[in-house]
Design a protein. Structure first.
Length: 90
């Protein structure tokens, strides 16, 4: 999946940092440079699990026409998600 634009609402950005201690830079690097695993989940949400210094799970909406991801949340991956990532990528 290619991204030209990664959009994070300022309130969402602050919530992700305060609650999960994840920086916007980490989200962007996982999505653009670190070959995350993508999986469609409920509704129009997509989940990405990737590695950048630590495993991160990112939920977002994707607009294929604009190649734009709108981040809804992100958090450190749990053991089940890390195991799934390793099974697919390693």
């Amino acid at each position: 999946m290619k991204f030209d634009i990664i959009r994070i609402d300022p309130l969402t950005e602050r919530k992700i940092y305060e609650k999960h201690n994840i920086l916007t830079k980490e989200i962007i690097l996982v999505l653009k440079e670190n070959r995350p695993i993508f999986k469609k989940v409920g509704g129009d949400q997509i989940i990405a699990i990737g590695l950048y210094n630590r495993y991160i799970t990112i939920f977002f909406r994707y607009n294929p026409k604009k190649k734009q991801a709108t981040i809804t949340t992100a958090y450190p991956s749990d053991k089940k998600q890390i195991k799934y990532y390793k099974k697919i990528r390693m």
